[in-house]
Design a protein around this ligand. Structure first.
Ligand code: HEM
Length: 141
């Protein structure tokens, strides 16, 4: 494979978590059904993020240990893991057994915090690719 699989996989958690947080906030005005959809999106994001993390670790192993890019990669990884943790706690707060319930205000605040960390992680991920050229390879033209 000429390029990493990580950028392909990250779209799933980025999209579902972003929509989940929007859904969480909207559920305050629109009610339980929207909250339920947000919960389903959270679950999808939490699972797909694990695959993205696995692919990310494969790319991480290819970066020079002593480089500045490695520092940025570690920051990116930690931010992504913190985001995952906030979203996971937010999910558990709205579970009654295996049933998704309307998120309470604390679950919604955690969801918003997860999104802030996701943005920070995405920013660092972009830095890795567009500033340090990680995972980028010139193809023959
Ligand atoms: C163990 C956790 C992770 C590690 C070690 C990791 C590592 C990396 C590395 C090395 C890159 C640059 C090379 C590449 O694109 O493959 C990158 C880019 C990126 N990562 Fe991660 N990552 C992790 C988790 C995540 C998660 C969970 C997300 C999103 C939910 C994410 C979002 C991104 C984004 C948006 C980019 C920029 C991709 C682009 O613009 O092409 N990463 N990551």
């Amino acid at each position: 494979m000429t390029h990493p699989i990580h950028p392909l996989l990250v779209h799933f958690p980025v999209a579902t978590w972003s929509l989940a947080t929007i859904g969480d906030i909207a559920s305050l005005f629109l009610g339980e059904q929207v909250g339920w959809v947000a919960g389903v999106l959270l679950v999808i994001g939490i699972i797909t993020a694990l695959f993205a993390m696995l692919a990310g670790l494969i790319e991480l192993a290819k970066i020079d240990q002593q480089s500045i890019a490695m520092q940025v990669a570690n920051q990116h990884m930690v931010l992504a893991m913190i985001s995952w943790s906030f979203y996971t706690i937010s999910l558990f707060l709205r579970l009654e057994g295996t049933t998704l319930t309307q998120p309470n205000i604390f679950a919604i605040v955690l969801s918003i915090t997860g999104l802030l960390f996701l943005w920070a992680a995405g920013w660092k991920g972009g830095k890795l690719v567009y500033e340090y050229g990680i995972g980028v390879q010139q193809a023959d033209k």
